[in-house]
Write a protein that binds this ligand. Structure first.
Ligand code: SAM
Length: 346
């Protein structure tokens, strides 16, 4: 069924209208710990046990669990004694905190931060700028000052962004053969999940996570094991401080934060620092050339409007930014997942 076939009854439109209700059901079930409780239990659990263990009302929990069943992220078995609930394969894999592929922190970031910013989407469209002031009461001038308005918020941001690389990281790192590049800098490398994917796929490389000092200190303390000698750290501001020489620079979800002029400024600095024969790997979600899709990329571009100074771009737009900074032989690889890879060479 598509929107065009809905003239008799607007089925798709009603699904769209209810989109945020669905998001909220998943956010609440994650936040209350429904999937974690069920994953710890050897057997399915009754409504009463779940509500008691999680300290909620019976009537609220019943509706939440039933909606999760409707969404097929919980399974239900109706016995003589009542309904018993258990995780499905999808919820065990992606919604429990302890799963290696957990998207829990990503969903929590959506629930606690992105959702708030999107409340002001109409204002963002009218004004053409991010909504940090309205959503968080902090100046929208320096986007990372606003995003990192407290240590707690910074950790939530880092955990949220890190989660996606457990499901998309290998694809972007394997999109090109990066084996010839042994000294790699991950600029704005955050909590380091992509750096970890990189060293596990290319055991001969070392990856240095370059990020703002407080992010690097938090990555060391909470996210990256000090036992992995192939991952190093560098505290700095990539706009203001020198960028050290390397074979390859990874910029994952960096350019989408910034307007074109700042992207060219940063890429030019990277190009100057890069060894001859080296390169830059951009990891971003790519819009179709005519911007007709994919829907996720279009929505993420709106998210960049409400949260940052940037936007999502097409392959041609990224190629033009790279060319303006002096990179040559630009290649694009679509992965079929959320994030794609673009390699430019010096
Ligand atoms: N690359 C990571 C990923 O894809 O998961 C993080 C992407 S996040 C959208 C942008 C990153 O750029 C953050 O880790 C942020 O701290 C870092 N960043 C922002 N401004 C920076 C600056 N001026 N110098 C260095 N890092 C910066």
């Amino acid at each position: 069924m598509s929107l065009a076939e809905d003239l008799e009854y607007p089925h798709t439109l009603i699904q769209y209208q209810n989109g945020f209700l669905i998001s909220k059901v998943i956010f609440a079930a994650c936040e209350l710990g429904v999937f974690d409780l069920l994953s710890k239990s050897e057997e399915t659990l009754s409504l009463r046990t779940i509500a008691e263990e999680l300290g909620t009302s019976l009537q609220g929990m019943e509706r939440l669990l039933d909606a999760c069943v409707g969404l097929k992220i919980l399974a239900v078995e109706v016995k003589k004694e009542g309904a018993f609930y258990g995780n499905t394969k999808i919820s065990s894999l992606y919604l429990t905190k302890s799963s290696p592929k957990s998207q829990y922190h990503n969903l929590m970031y959506y629930s606690k931060t992105i959702y708030l910013c999107w409340h002001y989407l109409t204002d963002a469209v009218r004004e053409g700028k991010n909504q940090s002031e309205r959503a968080f009461g902090v100046s929208s001038h320096d986007i990372f000052e606003a995003l990192y308005r407290s240590e707690e918020e910074m950790i939530k941001f880092m955990s949220g962004l890190n989660a996606i690389w457990s499901i998309c990281g290998k694809d972007v790192i394997a999109a090109f053969d990066l084996a010839p590049f042994t000294m790699i800098y991950d600029l704005g490398g955050g909590a380091g999940a992509l750096a970890q994917e990189c060293v596990s796929l290319y055991p001969n490389c070392t990856v240095t996570i370059f990020d703002l000092p407080k992010v690097v200190q938090t990555a060391k303390k909470h996210f990256v094991s000090s036992e992995d000698s192939r991952i190093n750290f560098h505290e700095g501001d990539f706009f203001k401080d020198p960028i050290p020489e390397a074979d390859l620079y990874i910029l994952a979800r960096i350019l989408h934060d910034w307007a074109d002029e700042k992207c060219v400024q940063l890429l030019t600095k990277v190009q100057k620092a890069c060894k001859t024969g080296g390169g830059v790997l951009l990891v971003e979600t790519l819009l179709n050339e005519d911007k007709s899709g994919p829907l996720e990329s279009q929505l993420y571009s709106i998210n960049m409007l409400v949260q940052t100074e940037g936007k999502e771009r097409t392959s041609t737009e990224y190629s033009m930014l790279l060319a303006a900074a002096g990179f040559k032989k630009i290649e694009i690889k679509k992965t079929g997942k959320l994030y794609d890879a673009i390699l430019g060479r010096k």
